[in-house]
Design a protein. Structure first.
Length: 460
């Protein structure tokens, strides 16, 4: 038996081990991504490469010299991990005195620490099983069968064909302007809808009789920054207030929640012992101002403190390089942006939060969006920021709280507001927009937390 430490030893026959995703220690600075949860936080940074070893049962014995060597190495790393777990506190809703992290300044004082210990042998990622591995593959197959059935009925009902132009502009523009236009045609024009799109759009156009994927030419970005077609129901831009919305236009958002839900799936019902919350963020160059609309790190810290005990949280700051647009390619070429520290903070302090990119690892581009929609269909609470992810989060009903500092969607001088004022039309969702970190924190507290006593003064 190995030496006993303040955390469960991976080679201690009396200790229980927790599974930690194998890629938890990989690069966490993707400009728009998320995914994965650790077990005992003390193991989060030290043992992420050995998930199977950490799953050893109490009946396993260390018998070979190589095992003993590995055991010794892990114990040494365990002491190091224990030290960091002691220096840095982790998620604890009841301890409102915890100070927000600062990854640039010195580390936090020792007198405010409280280490989260695993209370049982349960896999902290068990609730994600319906969205991973074979379970997700089966869901994908069922979804594909639904699409085939939809197309078969269309072929029997209509003989005429309607076509939509390819749109390779911003993703949010396509969601707001192109897809509702195509869906409206498919249900009102009595025709077989033919659509075209960039990689990742297969399931966005699930209602299309025939959807073809047309990648950009080699050397070109998959998406450019340009306007909608002039003949679109929203005109060339979706940037206007609800008072200017063309209510009689050929515009009907597809019922994504209804189509992608698994509400009758017993595995989903049993896995979600807490409500699901999708938290979408970004950290990238915006215009010439640098990162602007991301959730401030201090605010992210505060809301996660009171959300993690109440919700299963998927953190989505993920950008698939296969789908990057011209601006993102330029940013990457110039060396990206400065450090943010969100994922380092989440891994260290809030190990129950799942990063989206860990759930979507090894999926192709279309399946990544299918996973995103599958998760969204089971959630009623969304947190997002200005940009395309605020559009996506508005397509699944429930409540979407948006952090927006600057952008064409924002009009703080108007009582009606900018684009966000009509986002409820995507799915009859409740939309709330806040500009400052503290007002955003208050909105999350007011809408998503019943017990106000456990919320820190920062949000008051």
């Amino acid at each position: 038996m190995c030496l006993t430490t303040t955390i469960p030893s991976p080679c201690d026959s009396s200790s229980s081990s927790s599974y930690i995703p194998s890629n938890r220690s990989q690069n966490v600075n993707n400009n728009n991504g998320g995914g994965g949860s650790g077990g005992s936080p003390a193991f989060t940074s030290a043992f992420t490469k050995t998930p199977l070893l950490l799953r050893r049962k109490s009946s396993d014995s260390v018998s070979r010299p190589t095992d003993m060597l590995v055991c010794l190495m892990l114990v040494m790393l365990g002491f190091q991990a224990s030290f960091f777990a002691y220096v840095y506190p982790v998620e604890d809703a009841g301890n409102s005195s915890l100070r927000p992290p600062n990854f640039v300044q010195s580390s936090m004082p020792l007198n405010n620490t409280k280490i989260q210990q695993a209370s049982d042998d349960r896999d902290p990622l068990a609730w994600t099983n319906p969205w991973t591995g074979l379970n997700f593959k089966q869901y994908k197959n069922r979804t594909d069968e639904k699409i085939k059935s939809y197309r078969h009925k269309t072929s029997l009902s209509y003989t005429n064909t309607c076509e939509m132009p390819l749109y390779d502009g911003e993703f949010g523009y396509e969601l707001a302007g192109m897809i509702p236009w195509a869906y409206h045609k498919s249900i009102h024009n009595d025709c077989k809808m033919k659509t075209r799109g960039r990689p990742g759009t297969k399931y966005l156009y699930y209602f299309s009789y025939h959807h073809s994927i047309e990648p950009a030419k080699p050397g070109r970005s998959q998406r450019e920054s340009h306007r909608l077609p002039r003949e679109s129901p929203l005109g060339e831009t979706p940037h206007f207030g609800d008072d200017q919305f063309p209510t009689k236009a050929d515009w009907t958002p597809p019922p994504y929640k209804q189509f992608f839900t698994r509400k009758n799936d017993i595995d989903v019902l049993e896995s979600l012992d807490k409500p699901l919350l999708i938290l979408s963020n970004k950290y990238t160059m915006e215009w010439s101002d640098g990162p602007t609309n991301h959730i401030p790190l201090e605010t992210l810290w505060e809301i996660l403190k009171f959300l993690t005990p109440r919700y299963h949280i998927v953190y989505n700051r993920f950008k698939d390089a296969r789908l990057e647009d011209r601006l993102e390619a330029k940013i990457e070429k110039n060396g990206g942006v400065g450090p943010y520290g969100d994922k380092e903070m989440i891994k260290r302090f809030f190990p129950s939060v799942v990063f989206f990119e860990e759930l979507s690892e090894n999926l192709d581009t279309d399946d990544v969006n299918l996973l995103m929609f599958a998760l969204g269909a089971e959630a009623e609470r969304f947190i997002s920021v200005q940009g395309g992810n605020s559009v996506i989060a508005s397509f699944f009903g429930g409540t979407n709280i948006i952090h927006a500092v600057k952008g064409p969607e924002v009009n703080w001088k108007s009582d009606i507001g900018g684009d966000f004022s009509y986002y409820h039309r995507f799915s009859n969702a409740t939309i709330r927009v806040e500009q400052s970190g503290k007002s955003f924190c208050r909105a999350v507290k007011e809408d998503f937390v019943e017990d106000q006593q456990s919320v820190s003064q920062y949000c008051m």
